[in-house]
Write a protein that binds this ligand. Sequence first.
Ligand code: SAM
Length: 339
Amino acid sequence: MSAHPSVVDDVRAARPLFDKCGRMVRSLRISVTDRCNLRCTYCLPLGTEFRRADELLSWSDVVCVVRVACGLGVDHVRLTGGEPLVRPGLSDLVARLKEETGVREVALTTNGVLLDRHAVSLAKAGLDRLTVSVDSLRPERFRAITCRGSLADVWRGIQRASDAGLRPLKINVVVISGMNDDEIDAWADLTRDHDLVVRFLELMPVGEGAAPGLVQRYVNLTQVRRRLTAELGLVPTEGPRGNGPARYWRVPGARGVVGFITPISDGYCGTCSRFRLTAVGELRPCLGHDLGVPLRDAIQARDEATIAVGFARAAAMKPAGHRFAEGAVTKLRMSRIGG
Ligand code: SAM
């Protein structure tokens, strides 16, 4: 892709970058690998094939694209995957992003399996925020959902992260009917004595989440929140800093809070400022559509002008919102897009 200079000038002059609906481009989620050490049944089926290591963007590639993105107004980067901690040297990437790009915040989403080993180096590297995905409080069920994970390893990692100062600690729970929807009250109870931010997420028809047997197991979390409000007296609260889509409530007197991420029952596309970069360098403006701008060649050529134009093109193609309620699905797997 070659960039006409006047287009580049237009992009630069357009800082901060807005999409066609007037939403500012502020947040970039980066899938650093599509590999994962778990096989959560709704996300990554057994037998999935992964990209070769030499196909992935290098750390220098990622630093380059984040530097350009920051020049266009992005101030928040989240590293995700796949499982980001299976890729060696993730703390080095965090340190480089903090030192070399001007980004304000670097966050990480992980399944926590390897967190015990990496929490201290991530904190030292300057990681600002951490989210750990944990879909069950029950060890045997956790193993069944993930096909191979140990809940004890994850709790050890969470404790280590908390000791290393990576707080507030957010826990993401994707709620699926017949999988873990009977644990919602137990999670809410956990926040009474623990300073945790437990966020319930609605299952989206993205990748494996769109499989025929799964779509019907979607749980409407706005209804769950209304039930919990009636039964436990939840009160709305500020929640932790961050620019995510969660809305927060507190069980009266609890140390922690519960959050609800409800893309389908109570959508937030109107304020979405997120873009996603796949591990092989495709820029995706919306999780709900299979749309993207290939930037790999420009990134590897360090062609910052073309990367900037790519962001402008992605902003121009960002849809007003997803169409999940009308039956639309996203084909590419969550682990490739960067969940
Ligand atoms: N491995 C990391 C982790 O477990 O957090 C990062 C990648 S994972 C794809 C990110 C998040 O996406 C996890 O919380 C996972 O549960 C969630 N997720 C995967 N498929 C989903 C779907 N179809 N709908 C909603 N959330 C989904």
